[in-house]
Design a protein around this ligand. Structure first.
Ligand SMILES: Nc1nc2c(ncn2[C@@H]2O[C@H](COP(=O)(O)OP(=O)(O)OP(=O)(O)O)[C@@H](O)[C@H]2O)c(=O)[nH]1
Length: 331
């Protein structure tokens, strides 16, 4: 890898735990000095609310790492970062790319190993696929792209084993071993140590299977992203009710819901995370609201749902002081 920057790719379905894994790795020495590229689905990103902005889509993480949100061309984003590094504007010595949860990682790997402009400057590290122990089986059944993600991986991290229980975890592990026998598998919960040694490649794993001739899966799979916003603080109990009704009614089609909300009587922003039918524990963020951005914003990634109906329902809920029948049942 001499002279070339190692690139690791973190993939996995929506909400599997990719960012959580990266956040933990960023706290240790493994990713110190890394540039992290976050490839977001759709045009809507929220991470900028929580990170210090350098300019445009490039942000500096608290760890000192560079983080770049990619909404279009990955190659252009990587070239942009390499250019800024060459000009001495930013410093990093490795790259980690988080793909969108709906992406087949194959084209990302192909860009790194075979693009004429990049292949002499970058060296492929590992493809790490995060699979959620709780939702993993249903996701593998329903979304072909999740099979491709697991099949392309050098290493598979099974997340949320603390939520799934031993039996469910064993079942998903056995399924993943059958699907990709050559991948190393690691079980992870919220407290176990991050798999530092998993970054980088071991030479006996040919990259070829990652860049197999098969066409990449269509990104998106009919899913679309939309944004729900509210300018005044939300009542926590009513918000919880609205959210549980939404997931009760449409859970199978809400692939991901995440955002930052302002709750009545709470100064700090609160991060909300929903993955299919599961709502994770809300997180009170340390960061204060960036100036001028104090508002609730929720990104929903869904399929088979008319965003306007959900928006109407959310607006009615967020703006009315009492639960009116028209907003009580999410459309
Ligand atoms: N209990 C538990 N929760 C976890 C674990 N890993 C991730 N989570 C939670 O799962 C939710 C989604 O995690 P993220 O890391 O944002 O998932 P992601 O794959 O980056 O999501 P997208 O980028 O939207 O595809 C968050 O609320 C995390 O705190 C785990 O091992 N245990």
């Amino acid at each position: 890898m001499t002279g070339r920057l190692p690139v690791d790719v973190v993939t996995g379905f929506l909400g599997a735990g990719k960012t959580s894994l990266l956040r933990r790795l960023l706290k240790g020495p493994e990713l110190a000095g890394a540039a992290v590229l976050v490839n977001e689905f759709g045009e809507i990103g929220l991470d900028h609310l929580l990170l210090e902005r350098i300019d445009g889509d490039v942000v500096l993480l608290k760890s000192g790492c560079v983080c770049c949100t990619v909404r279009g061309d990955l190659k252009a984003a990587v070239e942009g970062l390499l250019g800024r590094r060459a000009r001495g504007e930013i410093a990093f010595d490795r790259i980690a790319i988080e793909t969108t949860g709906l992406a087949d990682p194959t084209p990302v790997v192909a860009t790194i190993v075979s693009d004429a402009a990049l292949k002499h400057r970058l060296a492929m590290g590992a493809v790490i696929c995060v699979v959620d122990a709780l939702n993993g089986a249903e996701t593998l059944d329903a979304h072909e792209v999740s099979l491709r993600q697991a099949a392309a991986a050098d290493r598979i991290v099974i997340s949320k084993v603390d939520l799934a229980g031993a039996e469910t975890t064993r079942a998903i592990e056995a399924r993943l071993r059958a699907l990709n026998p050559s991948a190393d598998i690691l079980l992870l919960d919220e407290t176990s140590a991050p798999p530092a040694l998993w970054l980088g490649r071991s030479d006996d794993r040919p990259i070829s299977r990652c860049v197999a001739d098969q066409p990449a899966a269509e990104p998106g799979h009919g899913a679309h992203a939309f944004l729900l916003e509210a300018d005044r603080p939300l009542d926590w109990a009513r918000f919880g009710l609205w959210l549980s009704m939404l997931l009760h009614r449409h859970g199978g089609d809400i692939l991901r819901l995440k955002g930052v909300i302002e709750i009545e009587g709470v100064t700090a922003p609160v991060a909300i995370q929903g993955v299919q039918r599961v709502v994770h524990a809300p997180e009170h963020l340390d960061a204060a609201w960036p100036p001028g951005e104090r508002r609730s914003s929720l990104v929903v990634i869904a399929r088979n749902i008319d965003p306007e109906r959900v928006e109407r329902s959310f607006r009615a809920f967020a703006s009315s002081p009492i639960v009116a029948p028209s907003c009580a049942i999410p459309a």
